[in-house]
Structures are given as structure tokens and as C-alpha cells.
Design a protein around this ligand. Structure first.
Ligand SMILES: [Zn+2]
Length: 102
């Protein structure tokens, strides 16, 4: 019992302490431990957005689009062609609401 309760608690405490200490040491001394912190943060940064993107792509519903309709690249709503205001820099359709042309 004592071991089971102690080990997870110890881990979380160590994690907090480590990150704070690393941040402090990183500010005061960029040379010491800089590589470790960068690698650690880079690994975390890659994991989180990657997971978020894949999750969004999976949850975004694929809407059947008519020929006279378009999907706004800004608000992702499907509008009739009459609501098409133009295209953004990537050549994707933008609705009048997002283009601000009414
Ligand atoms: Zn829009």
C-alpha cells in the first residue's frame, strides 16, 4: 500500500520540481542544462499539437458538397455560391461574412 501510494505521488512532485528548476537554471544560465530542457520541451511540443491535429481531423465531419456550394476556408460553413466573396491567399473560398463584404 505504502509503496503504491508513494511512487505516483513522488513522480508528480519530481516532475514539477524538475520543470521549475530547469526553467530557472535556463534563465540564469543558458549553457547549463540548455540542451536537456530544449530536448524535453521539443519532445513535448511535438506530441501535443500532433495529437490535437489528428484528433481534429478525425472529428471534423465530411459534408457532402453540392456543385453550387462552397466551404468557407475561414468558418468552414457550407454556403451557396452567391455567398462567395472571394479567395484567400491559398486560393480557398471565403464567404461574405468572413470577408466582411456583407
Ligand atoms: Zn466564412
Amino acid at each position: 500500500m505504502a509503496t503504491d501510494y508513494d511512487s505516483p505521488r513522488k513522480n508528480s512532485d519530481d516532475g514539477d520540481d524538475d520543470s521549475i528548476e530547469e526553467l530557472k537554471s535556463r534563465r540564469s544560465d543558458s549553457k547549463g542544462g540548455n540542451v536537456d530542457v530544449d530536448e524535453f520541451e521539443a519532445a513535448e511540443g511535438l506530441e501535443l499539437p500532433g495529437a490535437d491535429l489528428s484528433g481534429e481531423e478525425l472529428t471534423v465531419p465530411v459534408m457532402p458538397k453540392q456543385e453550387n456550394e462552397f466551404t468557407c476556408a475561414s468558418c468552414f460553413m457550407v454556403y451557396h455560391r452567391s455567398r462567395l466573396a472571394g479567395e484567400d491567399k491559398q486560393g480557398r473560398p471565403i464567404c461574405r461574412d468572413c470577408a466582411g463584404t456583407g
